[in-house]
Write a protein that binds this ligand. Sequence first.
Ligand SMILES: [Zn+2]
Length: 130
Amino acid sequence: MGSPVFEISKDYVFSAAHQIRFHGGKCERLHGHNWRIRVFVRAGELNRIGMVIDFTDLQRLVAEIGARFDHQNVNEIPPFDQLNTTAELIARFFHDEMAARLAATEAGRVTVARVDVWENEGSLASYREG
Ligand SMILES: [Zn+2]
């Protein structure tokens, strides 16, 4: 038996353009997606009112991270002016940004379990630290 873990998630959707550098195929041309980001956070202990974190607070945090990309060219938004704009690297970016915010606000009680990024229905990349 492991220790109990509660996990919740919140979705954030943004529309943006990008191109995959060095792809060599059609993804190298400028095109767009409606990206869906799903951030899973976890806690072994709930807060005083029985939550991992309020869904509204989680939504605000995910939107803070994601708003910079909405209706933009992701390739122009740091760090993706240097990094390729793959779903994998976007998932890692949301993970790291969310981890930093949770460390500041939840003092280690709540951590990021996983981030899923859909480029379109059926194309999913996940990032977790394990
Ligand atoms: Zn694409």
